[in-house]
Design a protein around this ligand. Structure first.
Ligand SMILES: NC(=O)C1=CN([C@@H]2O[C@H](COP(=O)(O)OP(=O)(O)OC[C@H]3O[C@@H](n4cnc5c(N)ncnc54)[C@H](OP(=O)(O)O)[C@@H]3O)[C@@H](O)[C@H]2O)C=CC1
Ligand SMILES: O=C(O)CCC(=O)C(=O)O
Ligand SMILES: [Mg+2]
Length: 740
């Protein structure tokens, strides 16, 4: 299942579609790299693997697994790190509960997820689950800043083979709506920690009566750290959501809510819960205490609410009330209209980085309950980054859709290392119990920030360390030098946090003598400029904080390439190692569903191919390993071959799928290795392999095609059966024999 470190490169074991792809691709990688004496180990960071590792006590010796994530978390701090990181599930509560249930059904004696822990023992179990919940992997591994861009070959391919784009009409009613005040954006305070303030800070809540509780002690703030505190008023949020529901109805559009409940695993499920409450407000007014008593938790989504209500003695009455309320509400943007899964069903079904670009790519359209496309009100409660989407929507309404065949590209340099900014804030995010004040006090007693809050408000602190900030600015300088194109820091001088960052950025750019090569623009203005720039066919580097790194590396690739799966995603680790993420997107649960139903896997492994090439070349460079460099360059040639010959997966059953693309990848990789002249032994080894693969092309593709169309059995969803998965993903005996 997992293997010890000591391998040259670690390939992560994840979940869903990318993990299925690995069952087919990794044996090819291992066979080819093995011939060049490059070894690949694996580390299990899947949701199921992390659950198993966290609860060893009820498990047999054979069932137990080591904590691979913790090991990897250490590895990425070492100069030897070379990790290929595939996207993994960042689990919402419903996903976590489902994964535990599946493991239990497979004989794993695991505790249930305690929804409402009461005893100390339950609270301890809950704390262990909470560490697995949400985006629990990426922040641990990201000990460096992010460099995401489309490789030149990928971009050229997209221009030559433009994907379908929905048309934008000037009178589209699609819009982005966010709070006008009392949100995280408007309440933000930010400071840079001085020498005398450095050390363990404290976050304290003081009740209106004067009683104080420490929400978090030992909040480490070294000198130079930019620390932000802010809160969202729950009253203002409730009012905003109620207005949006009414406004959507008046506009005749679909109601859609876009959050990041995975990365923002404490705040955003709460906001999601408020939206569920707002949508069903009359039901919660009438049945509130009974629903509470029954353990109905809107933060887990409408799906979980309905499931719990179905178990109540007066379920029929409540369900009738829900139906009556829904009849008065605007139609909802649907995740799956065939199955009646709405936008509010599961907090992890609509994740803003992927969901809003999909609406924008479609020309401002979302799916309605009737199965038809419609204009939609995209509700993004906090106003920190909503202007990026609002400006994009406005720009396309004014000027029409982007043309991918002529568009330039927006690359991204993202400040991400060491849990930077909002994405590191979950240990310091609190749902405030009562009216009072929250204070952040430095180690030396200086009161850094104070906020007056009310019951239910969501308060948070986020911090960004000095070394990551400086590393990020330096990375931006070197990337701008390499590309020579427009480069923009997406920072708003009028936002508290951004102003502190600008105080680092400007002197560094001046000291390096490159200030004239960069602009600093607020997100809205930067969005407009980036869109105008790529429309002209030119390129731009967006240098952003962590959240915009995430949002923009889906938004622009989805517009330019049709998907973010094809991105090169490099994390130059601050201690010298390399982390190569595959693509910028996620784990595509819909793809697994399609595989199970009709044995077609439309997952595109181009992100894995790009990461593999980079990882091997990095090994070649850092370890002076000539063969690693040679096979890495051959990977790039194979990737080019996949693009040139159109061997990426199609969407429909019967078309080329993920497994076919891996066969062609092996064929082109072997050909490139046979053709190179830097290492005669390697060329001699791969020449017959290339020949045999080529000679058997028809036979292999026929064997692969033969399995498509019928259902496939993986023996599980979160914790699949290894033998069954191999059987499904490696159905060509001819290919398997050649790969050996
Ligand atoms: N780095 C990481 O670890 C990340 C993990 N995630 C996790 O992934 C899960 C799903 O998140 P979601 O927001 O739906 O994002 P996904 O990126 O998984 O899905 C969005 C859509 O993008 C398309 N897509 C993404 N990758 C590929 C690929 N390689 N080949 C072809 N199409 C692709 C698919 O479109 P279509 O179905 O139309 O083909 C897919 O439905 C969540 O659990 C989330 O937490 C999300 C982002 C990053
Ligand atoms: O870690 C996650 O939950 C998602 C990460 C992500 O979307 C990204 O980095 O682009
Ligand atoms: Mg993302």
């Amino acid at each position: 299942m997992t293997e010890q470190t000591g391998s040259d490169i670690i390939y992560t074991k994840v979940d869903e579609a990318p993990e299925l792809a690995s069952a087919s691709l990794l044996p090819i990688i291992r066979a080819f790299a093995g011939a060049a004496d490059v070894s690949f180990g694996t580390k299990d960071i899947s949701l199921a693997g992390r659950i198993i590792a966290a609860f060893p006590e009820g498990l047999s010796e054979a069932q137990r697994q080591p904590d691979d994530l913790a090991e990897l978390g250490e590895l990425v701090k070492s100069p030897d790190a070379n990790v290929i990181k595939l996207p993994n599930i960042s689990a919402s509560v419903p996903q976590l509960v489902a994964a535990v249930k599946e493991l239990q059904s497979q004989g794993y004696a695991l505790p249930d997820y305690p929804e409402d822990p009461q005893t100390d023992a339950e609270k301890a179990v809950r704390a262990r689950f909470d560490a697995i919940k949400g985006s629990a992997v990426n922040p641990v591994l990201r000990e460096g800043n992010s460099d995401r861009r489309a490789a030149v070959a990928v971009k050229n391919y997209a221009k030559a083979n433009p994907h379908r784009m929905g048309a934008w009409s000037k009178d589209s009613k699609t819009k982005v709506s966010s709070m006008k005040g009392n949100d995280f954006f408007s309440n933000e305070k930010s400071s840079t920690i001085t020498d005398s303030q450095a050390g363990a800070a404290k976050i304290e809540f003081t009740h209106a009566t004067g009683a104080a509780t420490v929400l978090k002690g030992d909040f480490q703030l070294p000198k130079g750290t930019v620390v932000d505190t802010t809160f969202m008023s729950v009253k203002a949020l409730g009012k905003f959501l109620a207005e949006q529901i009414e406004e959507t109805k008046a506009d005749g559009t679909l109601f859609s809510l876009h959050l990041k409940a995975t990365m923002m695993k404490v705040s955003d499920p709460i906001i999601f819960g408020h939206a569920v409450r707002a949508f069903l407000a009359p039901v919660f007014e009438k049945h509130g205490p009974a629903l509470d008593a029954a353990g109905v938790n809107p933060n887990s989504g409408l799906g979980a609410v309905l499931d719990r209500i179905a178990e109540m003695h007066n379920s029929a009455e409540i369900e009738a009330d829900i139906a009556a309320v829904m009849a008065t509400r605007p139609p909802m943007y649907m995740v799956n209209s065939d199955k009646g899964i709405t936008n509010l069903h599961v907090p992890s079904d609509v994740i803003i980085d992927a969901s809003l670009p999909a609406v924008i790519r479609a020309g401002g359209k979302g799916w309605g309950p009737d199965g038809n496309e419609g204009d939609t009100n995209c509700v993004v409660p906090d106003n920190s980054y909503a202007p990026v989407y609002e400006e994009t929507v406005n720009y396309f309404k004014e000027t029409g859709a982007l043309d991918p065949s002529t568009s330039g590209t927006v690359q991204n340099i993202g400040l991400m290392a060491q849990k930077a900014e909002e994405y590191g804030s979950h240990p310091t995010t609190f749902e405030i119990p009562a009216a009072g004040t929250v204070t952040l006090t430095a180690a030396n007693g200086d009161v850094i920030h104070t906020h007056n809050v009310e019951a239910g408000d969501i308060w948070r602190a986020a911090s960004t360390k000095e070394a990551p900030i400086r590393d990020w600015v330096n990375l931006a300088i070197s990337r701008q030098k390499a590309e020579g194109c427009q480069a923009v820091f997406w920072l708003d001088a009028n936002r508290a946090h951004d102003a502190e960052l600008i105080a680092y950025v400007t002197p560094m750019l001046e000291a390096a003598g490159v200030a004239d090569k960069f602009q600093i623009l607020a997100p809205r203005e930067a969005t407009r400029l980036a869109l105008e720039t790529i429309r002209k066919g030119e390129n731009s580097i967006a240098i952003t904080g962590n959240v915009l790194r995430d949002y923009l590396t889906d938004l622009f690739p989805i517009l330019e390439l049709g998907t973010s799966a094809k991105m090169l995603s490099i994390v130059k680790l601050m201690n010298g190692g390399g982390l190569f993420e595959t693509g910028a997107g996620g784990s595509a649960p819909k793809h697994v569903q399609q595989l199970v139903e009709e044995n077609h896997l439309r997952w595109d492994s181009l992100g894995e191919f790009c990461a593999l090439g980079e990882s091997l070349k990095f090994l070649g460079e850092t370890k002076d390993n000539a063969r690693a460099r040679i096979i890495g360059e051959a990977v790039d040639a194979a990737t080019q071959g996949i693009l040139d010959n159109n061997k990426s997966p199609g969407r429909k059953v019967g078309q080329t799928d993920n497994r076919d693309s891996h066969f062609y990848f092996a064929l082109y990789w072997a050909k490139a290795l046979a053709a190179q002249s830097d290492d005669a032994d390697l060329a001699a080894h791969f020449a017959p392999i290339a020949k045999t693969l080529a000679e058997n092309e028809d036979k292999i593709t026929a064997e692969l095609a033969a399995v498509q169309g019928a259902p496939a059995d993986l023996g599980g969803y979160f914790h699949t059966d290894a033998a069954k998965t191999t059987a499904v993903m490696r159905p060509s005996p001819t290919l398997n024999a050649i790969i050996g």
